[in-house]
Design a protein around this ligand. Structure first.
Ligand SMILES: Cc1cc2nc3c(=O)[nH]c(=O)nc-3n(C[C@H](O)[C@H](O)[C@H](O)COP(=O)(O)OP(=O)(O)OC[C@H]3O[C@@H](n4cnc5c(N)ncnc54)[C@H](O)[C@@H]3O)c2cc1C
Length: 345
């Protein structure tokens, strides 16, 4: 079992920024990265990250990862399935392996909300999609729909058109597109093959798999049908709160991790959180806010570790086995020292 000063869970902007700062504080860091890149990798062109005019999201996240790994952050692809807390000493399970740390930084982001219509799971990937960057290229010359009225929906509609879709229909529940950034709304106007249906709700998926058509209602009017090859669902996301719940971390009413935005501390000692999974910046969730919160979380973890110097080694002997005891710690002159081989005292 390996031991780290901090284990960061997540592979998005928040996680890599936290890893970068933690390494610059000379902490030993493991990043359990889940799906590489998180939402940033799927966001398409990013034009609002300071200092970079325009960059593909996947390229941006690769750069962030390379920077942290270049400084010595260790990484692991896979899902952290269980996090336990033994008095400020944490154990994280990934696959069959367990890893230990003195602090945990949760950067697990959000997952896409489903429409909740019948047969949605059956048609997933076969006409019902949740990522235009990933599945958009399959719609070259085909008819696509996008459901949603926010920034993601507007961006996905133009992205699908750019990727060669023959026609794109945007189904918007609200009477306007005000939830999308003005620059993205404006951009939409230059596409002649994007049709926006306001005050419209999807009511059913028809045919398939693969999907053949959708049914929808405009202003609660009569149900209509439109032949489509696929629909992209962009109606927001819900925070991934499984791991924080295991740790007993306080969540707010929306299921977001409740943090102090000045420190990114959670309600549990030694557990920090950053990015979209938290309520630090309200509903304003961006790459730049996630990265900033990652930097703050790592700084707080570092400060916390300096105060609780070797707290885990002194208190967690039963779970550790590989850690030096308090007595040995004194013998070593109080320096942080982590053994990599199991040894019982
Ligand atoms: C279509 C779209 C377009 C966007 N465009 C922009 C834009 O132009 N500009 C902008 O600033 N923002 C944009 N955003 C928002 C931005 O992408 C997010 O705010 C940002 O990516 C959030 O970063 P994060 O690190 O908090 O979470 P995420 O990027 O969601 O990363 C979470 C990570 O945690 C991992 N994870 C989850 N659970 C576990 C687990 N148990 N074990 C291990 N790993 C786990 C996931 O696999 C993922 O890698 C866009 C979003 C979308 C969907």
């Amino acid at each position: 079992m390996k031991f780290f000063d901090t284990i960061i869970i997540g592979g998005g902007a928040a996680a890599w920024a936290a890893a970068l700062y933690a390494k610059r504080y000379n902490l030993s860091v493991l990043v359990v990265e889940g799906e590489l890149g998180g939402e940033t990798a799927l966001a398409g062109a990013i034009e609002n990250y300071p200092g970079i005019l325009s960059i593909d999201g996947f390229e941006l996240i690769q750069r962030m990862k390379n920077q942290a790994v270049g400084l010595g952050a260790e990484t692991l692809s896979g899902k952290a399935e269980l996090v336990k807390n033994f008095a400020h000493c944490f154990e994280v399970r990934v696959g069959r392996e367990n890893y230990q740390s003195q602090s945990v930084i949760l950067a697990t982001g959000m997952e896409h909300r489903k429409l909740g219509l019948g047969r949605e799971s059956e048609l997933k990937g076969r006409g019902v999609h949740y990522c235009a960057t990933c599945d958009g290229p399959l719609f070259k010359g085909k008819r696509a729909g996008v459901v949603g009225g926010g920034d993601s929906a507007v961006k996905w509609a133009s992205q699908l058109s750019d990727m060669g879709a023959a026609a794109v229909t945007l189904f918007v529940r609200e009477p306007n597109l005000n939830r999308a950034e003005p620059i993205n709304r404006e951009r939409l106007k230059k596409y002649s093959n994007i049709n926006v249906l306001l005050e419209t709700v999807l009511t059913a998926f028809v045919g398939g798999p693969p999907l053949k058509a959708v049914r929808y209602k405009v202003k609660k009017g009569k149900e209509r049908e439109l032949a489509l090859d696929g629909v992209f669902v962009a109606i927001g996301a819900v925070p991934r709160s499984e791991l924080p719940a295991q740790l007993g971390v306080k969540l707010d009413k929306q299921g977001q991790i409740d943090v102090d935005p000045r420190t990114m501390k959670t309600s549990v000692d030694g557990v920090f959180a950053c990015g979209d999974v938290t309520n630090a910046s309200g509903s304003f969730k961006q790459i730049v806010t996630s990265a900033a919160q990652g930097a703050i979380a790592a700084t707080s973890a570092y400060l916390d570790l300096s105060t609780h110097h070797d707290f885990c080694a002194l208190h967690a002997v039963p779970v550790a086995g590989l850690l030096e005891t308090g007595a040995q710690h004194q013998k070593n002159g109080g320096r942080r020292r982590v053994k990599t081989k199991s040894r019982r005292h």
